[in-house]
Design a protein around this ligand. Structure first.
Ligand SMILES: [Zn+2]
Length: 498
């Protein structure tokens, strides 16, 4: 495997990764609380770390990737009450939707997807250790973590206990010893799901689940913990306090990774600003792979500006300018792949032997870029260069040795897919992708497919009768409808113009 460097939020610098077990990476990512449809912010974080995982595999590492689901929580209970639905059924429904949506963006299922309700005994185990270690206290069936007892609290987020005292004053719970203390176990309220515990019936607080799940699935100490930047405080800070409080100061994650925020024209995403877009809406507007392509065109740590325009509220019409540009660029790659495939299919095996040296750069360039804190934008530039070379060879490679040209194109086709796969793109067949895209654009632009077919048939007949003028008129009529024609050996195909 290839060594790599990553930016570690704990050390505030890029460092060389040193595994606990040679060749292996154990990675934990905080997953969703499933009470509502997944939105673009969820997708952005899931894509960022799925990309890290794929890159690690591309670099030759064995990855165990754990991403949890919070399937019991205040938000789930509240939403279930509003809808008159069982909270477990509601959460299961949104977990299935989440996984369906993430699959559209090429996010692979995690190696393990632990759920809170399946880890209650492990959670009780961690809380019991914290009480035994003098770091947590029970008040009438609620258990709180006593933050002041954990000497290094605040180190990840760079805050002192004084800052925290100041910040937490607004929401003082009378039963807590100090404002920054947080709930590990909440006593049962009437009508809420609850489990037996040494402190009476209740349910876990939010933060404790990740401490219980990491130790269960990755051990007391593991390699990488990841999540959105918004989770650094308090969630990740609390996870560290819990896990190290239970198992010792040298335990828990060796490296911390956080992905940047998605901004909408400089503004953070928030429900109150009306710029929270659901995954379903995005997949329908531009297709899932365009969002993936857009995400990997940026570095996971940098804040990303996302250009959208809400054209109308009712009916809801949104133009995702950034994603439409990504969709056009992605379609060009698929067109290149389709041309390469067609070229190779025509002439059989090109055999072993030399290829153009420029075509040998893509994989090593991608290795180097991705081993440097998963630099996907640099990898994208290498993909663009390779596709450009392929198109040049397809268009004007005639002066070149025939077999070298064929072998080079075959190599480019293979490597474009290999490197694309390392960042989660180019995994469809070009024909399927382009057909799906055409169907999407036909719907969006209300193109009458039957009319297009009849005009193409009329043009074919006109051309057959050598009526070139009528043929050109029909081409122009179709262009006015937003339809571009492609004449090939097998007849005339068409696409929707952007
Ligand atoms: Zn977590």
């Amino acid at each position: 495997m290839i060594p790599f460097r990553l930016y570690d939020s704990w050390r505030h610098s890029k460092v060389v990764f040193e595994p606990l077990v040679p060749g292996h990476v154990g990675m934990y990512v905080c997953g969703p609380t499933t009470y509502a449809p997944a939105h673009i912010g969820h997708a952005y974080s899931a894509i960022a770390f799925d990309t890290v995982r794929r890159c690690l595999e591309f670099l030759g590492w064995q990855v165990k990737y754990v991403r949890n689901v919070t399937d019991i929580d205040d938000k789930i209970i509240n939403r279930a009450n509003e809808l008159g639905e069982d909270p477990f059924a509601l959460s299961a429904r949104f977990t299935a939707e989440y996984n369906r949506d993430m699959a559209r963006f090429g996010v692979h299922p995690p190696s393990v997807e632990p759920k809170v309700t399946e880890h209650i005994s492990q959670i009780i185990g961690v809380i019991s250790k914290l009480i035994a270690n003098g770091l947590a206290y029970d008040v009438d069936g609620d258990v709180f973590y006593e933050v002041s007892k954990f000497a290094t609290y605040g180190k990840l987020s760079g805050q002192t206990l004084d800052d925290l005292q100041e910040g937490a004053r607004i929401s003082v719970d009378e039963r807590k010893r100090a404002a920054p203390d947080f709930a590990l176990w909440k006593s049962a309220k009437p009508g809420e799901p609850s489990w037996e515990s040494p402190w009476g019936k209740g349910r876990p607080g939010w933060h404790i689940e990740c401490s219980a799940m990491t130790v269960t699935h990755l051990g007391e100490t593991f390699d990488i913990h990841a999540g959105g930047k918004d989770l650094i405080f308090p969630h990740h800070e609390n996870e560290i306090a819990q896990s190290q409080g239970a198992d010792g100061p040298d335990t828990f994650a060796h490296y911390w990774m956080h992905n940047g925020f998605l901004n909408f024209e400089g503004v953070k995403m928030s429900k109150s600003l009306g710029n929270v877009f659901n995954c379903e809406q995005i997949a329908e507007a531009v297709g899932g792979e365009a969002l993936r392509f857009f995400c990997v065109s940026h570095h996971y740590r940098s804040p990303v500006d996302f250009e959208v325009q809400v054209v109308s509220q009712a009916p809801p019409v949104v133009q995702f300018h950034s994603l439409e540009a990504a969709d056009r660029s992605l379609a060009k790659f698929y067109e290149t792949l389709q041309r390469i495939d067609a070229f190779i299919a025509q002439g059989g095996d090109a055999g072993e032997g030399a290829v153009l040296p420029e075509a040998e750069k893509l994989v090593p360039d991608a290795h180097a870029a991705l081993a440097d804190d998963f630099n996907t934008p640099v990898t994208m530039a290498a993909l663009h260069a390779a596709a450009q070379l392929a198109n040049r060879l397809l268009d004007e490679g005639k002066g070149l040795d025939k077999q070298v040209r064929r072998r080079t194109l075959a190599r480019l086709g293979k490597d474009l897919r290999t490197v694309g796969g390392a960042i989660g793109i180019f995994e469809s067949s070009p024909a399927a992708y382009l057909a799906e895209r055409r169907a999407r654009l036909v719907k969006l632009k209300s193109i009458d497919v039957a009319l297009v077919a009849s005009k193409i048939a009329e043009r074919t007949a006109a051309r057959g009768a050598k009526d070139w003028k009528r043929g050109d008129e029909l081409r122009a009529e179709l262009a006015a409808l937003g339809v571009a024609l492609h004449d090939g050996t097998g007849g005339t195909d068409w696409s929707v113009q952007d």
